[in-house]
Design a protein around this ligand. Structure first.
Ligand code: SAM
Ligand code: SF4
Length: 330
């Protein structure tokens, strides 16, 4: 089997699959508040198409799949898809990223279907700020979902917190404390220029180093963890008192493109080699016009071969992609 290697020698074994662009909340750094344009249902890949794509990708060396969206739990019968993807030969690691609102109801069915790894998006433990960020009043449901995941014994539960300056500073330390108390790793994600309303500015990013300083003075000093998987995007730290760890996805202040191993399949069947890609390959059309597996595999190889060196957020050349986060799959 030929690995999916790009022209910079990076091997791609990690696929993010978006199963919907719809969502039940409206985080301001992702979606507009009203008049969200969703893809027509007929344009969304069905489970057969997703499973087929994952099988073909696994045949090219993809071993890790993360289901995302939009909000994946609003996709009907998601546990059925989880069971099918968990059974694809070669897929060793299946994970899910969710906003957690529907988790209390669905965590058991997902676990039964074979899911063990889950990332729950949680920026704040403050009900008013949760409402301000997500334009919905669902903090209680997310916390109930987390509790249910813990009860069921999900392996490593991680919390994704988007780091927006002049907004979430009061949440940084409480979230890390909450993580320490419950065995969740908090991952702070620098705000990226992928919001639907064009609100992003460099000055609105709360940087990893600023967060590190807050945690060190508010809780305990941190020590960098030597990276067991240098291709994972998060820089990991443990608290020096031995309780808990945190991670940073510092796409803006510490870009990790040189180690990128990821591909993305959008809910409407477009293949993207980068969150910030402008070009994409239309694998849905290939599948829906009867293309054989070999042709789809060629399309994946071509997509990887065309991959750029890295995003240009830090350069004046940067152009935000036409798709906001919810339409790509974070
Ligand atoms: N709805 C699920 C959720 O919120 O986790 C899955 C999809 S969401 C697009 C995936 C992740 O993207 C979220 O966990 C959130 O942390 C992150 N995200 C969304 N918009 C972002 C932005 N503009 N910058 C950085 N991270 C963002
Ligand atoms: Fe929905 Fe996730 Fe986007 Fe928030 S970040 S609006 S939960 S898709």
């Amino acid at each position: 089997m030929m690995a999916l290697t790009d022209s910079f020698g990076r091997i791609h074994d990690n696929l993010r699959v978006s199963v919907t662009d719809r969502c039940n909340i409206r985080c301001f750094y992702c979606m507009p508040e009203t008049d969200v344009r969703f893809v027509r249902r007929s344009e969304i890949l069905d489970f057969e198409e997703i499973e087929r794509f994952v099988r073909i990708a696994a045949g090219l060396g993809v071993t890790k799949v993360r289901i995302t969206g939009g909000e994946p739990l609003v996709r009907r019968d998601l546990p059925v898809l989880v069971r099918r993807l968990a059974a694809v030969p070669g897929i060793a690691d299946l994970a899910l990223t969710t906003n957690g609102v529907l988790l209390a109801e669905m965590a058991a069915a997902l676990y039964d279907a074979g899911l063990r790894r889950i990332n729950v998006h949680l920026d704040t433990l403050d009900r008013a700020r949760f409402r301000e960020i997500t334009r919905r009043d669902d903090l209680g449901r997310v916390l109930a979902g987390l509790e249910e995941c813990r009860r069921l014994g999900y392996a490593k539960i991680k919390l994704n917190a988007v780091a927006v300056k002049d907004l979430v500073e009061p949440d940084i330390v409480p979230l890390a404390r909450f993580g320490r108390e419950n065995g969740f790793e908090v991952r702070y994600i620098e705000f990226m220029p992928l919001d639907a309303q064009g609100l992003w500015q460099r000055g609105k990013v709360l940087l990893a180093d600023e967060i590190l300083a807050m945690l060190a003075s508010g809780i305990a000093p941190l020590e960098a963890v030597p990276d067991p998987d240098p291709r994972a995007p998060a820089a990991e730290y443990v608290f020096a008192d031995g309780i808990g760890r945190v991670g940073f996805i510092a796409s803006v202040s510490r870009p990790f493109c040189l180690n990128c191993n990821r591909l993305r399949l959008t809910a409407d069947g477009k293949l993207r080699y980068c969150l910030f890609a402008i070009e994409e390959d239309d694998v849905k059309s290939l599948m829906r016009t009867g293309a054989p597996d070999a042709e789809i595999a060629d399309s994946i190889r071509r997509n990887v071969a065309a991959k750029w060196e890295g995003h240009e957020i830090n350069s004046s050349k940067f152009v935000a992609p036409p798709r906001p986060m919810y339409a790509i799959g974070g």
